[in-house]
Write a protein of this length. Structure first.
Length: 184
């Protein structure tokens, strides 16, 4: 059974930074993450993709309203949501790939799956096909966050969507109500 100085559960901003820093300090580090792409909610489906789409929206707004004031004429400006979503995903993949590169550089062992404890310093990783037991001198839990729904309101990702669902609309909705004011 593999033994590590540190096992980090979760590869979001808290987890991957801790894993990299511990490895830089000479520790044998492993990281358990349930998603193939490192970076957590913020990078994969939260802050980063929302800001990528927001930047594209600002550019569209400038092209349709703001550039004429500066003497720049643009005609036939069109919004291509599919291209905007593709760009958003490219940004996410590039940044996630950068974290993966840092893990490789610092020899951090990655385990894809869900972590659970089987005693002090004993972690079970349940992947899609197998289960593996790990041991460590130290374990850091950086499991991140998840969407919280309002009591009595079910998020169906059709009419009532989470921030993750909103970042994947196939078309711009005619009407939209936003409840909440978090980072995403």
């Amino acid at each position: 059974m593999p033994h590590h100085d540190l096992i980090v559960i979760g590869a979001g901003p808290g987890g991957y930074v801790a894993a990299i820093r511990a490895a830089q300090l000479g520790k044998n580090v492993a990281c358990v993450e349930k998603e193939p792409l490192l970076g957590g909610t913020c990078l994969r489906v939260g802050c980063i993709p929302s800001k990528a789409l927001l930047e594209s929206s600002h550019l569209y707004e400038q092209a349709t309203h703001g550039w004429a004031d500066r003497g720049i004429g643009v005609s036939k400006v069109q919004l291509d949501l599919a291209a905007m979503l593709k760009h958003k995903q490219q940004v996410v993949n590039t940044l996630g790939g950068g974290i993966d590169g840092l893990f490789k550089k610092h020899k951090i062992t990655r385990y894809l799956g869900h972590a659970s404890f089987d005693g002090p310093g004993r972690v079970i990783v349940k992947g899609s096909k197998d289960e593996q037991e790990l041991t460590a001198d130290n374990v850091l839990i950086a499991a991140g966050s998840s969407v919280a729904s309002l009591p009595g309101i079910e998020i169906d990702e059709d009419r009532i969507v989470s921030s993750t669902g909103a970042l994947s609309f196939n078309e711009v909705p005619k009407h939209l109500i936003v409840i909440g004011a978090g980072y995403i």
